[in-house]
Design a protein around this ligand. Sequence first.
Ligand code: PMP
Length: 405
Amino acid sequence: PADTVPQAPEDPLFGLMAAYRADPFDKKVDLGIGAYRDDNAKPWVLPVVKKADEILRNDPALNHEYLPIAGLSDLTTAAAKLILGADSPALTEKRTHSMQTISGTGAVHLGGLFLSKFFPGKPTIYLSDPTWANHKQIFSNVGLPSAVYPYFSKSTKGLDFDGMKAAIAAAPNRSIILLHACAHNPTGVDPTPAQWTEIAFLLRTKNHFPFFDCAYQGFASGDLARDAWAVRYFASQGFEMCIAQSFAKNFGLYGERAGCFHFITYPGPNATQTISRISSQLAVLQRSEISNPPAYGARIAALVLNDPVLFAQWEDDLRTMSGRIIAMRKALREKLEELRTPGSWNHITDQIGMFSFTGLSEKQVLELRSQAHVYMTKNGRISMAGLNSGNVEYFARAVDRVVRA
Ligand code: PMP
């Protein structure tokens, strides 16, 4: 009976959003949720998305029929090229199957469900410590046990590379290793290409299975190829692997839920048959869960990805977003250094992407909320896009006060 259902804890991030909305203070600052804001703290519809939207709306052939189970093929084909590179052997050798999903979350879920059902021996999936708050519960909901590998060094506020390697080396052979493709959430800390090369070598030695979560391609550096470097490198090494790809951030299509899941199998004479069997199982999973994915956001993304002129404009829009975020990193670091706030602040500009892991303690975070109406998660993560030329100084001064307290 329903009265035996226990109360679940509130989602920390969405709870934080509600508290921010309820705060009447005029200078309140929202650094919680990872959604891009312009310099006026407003959501930004990408100009290229406005254009694509207009083209779609004026298309007399537009209807609201179901998409196929695997989604819009104009999207999935272009999305695979976007993440892997058009000349990737994983594509030219037809070793990849792509499914459209409910944004990145749906892709992580579909991948987790598939691996939970079909990966021999039900392995453990290793997640970075820390990782995106949703990973653990998504995998646990599909019955995939998870463990963690060290990732963030509290002392350097950078990568704990030795700890990461040691844990991956100690994991049982043929474990699944979840890797953030770029702009690691929540730390903003990514391995360098040289470190990725070592990680790939280690995974290969252990016969581990890489699962890439890519939620920020192009949004991190403004350069789509650069942000896809790690994924493309692993694919070039012939790994069997999968990729969850979100278009929420890089297209600003958060609520449209556009994303893809890609599975790549090993090179070899059986690859095409393997992929055909895998795609048949993914179709069964998709059909039983969502039947078919949502169409509108997928159409917008597909239109942009397949049209060279729109694509070039998208790249401009990506540079606008990543450029503003990088400028805010510089401004915040400069203000803190100007104020001589105790501690070092180089990590603010060393880290990349939507988030910065400030190193502020939970106590300081709570003081920022009660004293300065600044809203951020308790782990000290700030969403860089919440800063703008109008509030960065206010925020720096508030940080200065709590650090000195
Ligand atoms: N993975 C990571 C690491 C993320 O940061 C996010 C977005 N917060 C997602 C996946 C998925 O987001 P969405 O479902 O909105 O695409």
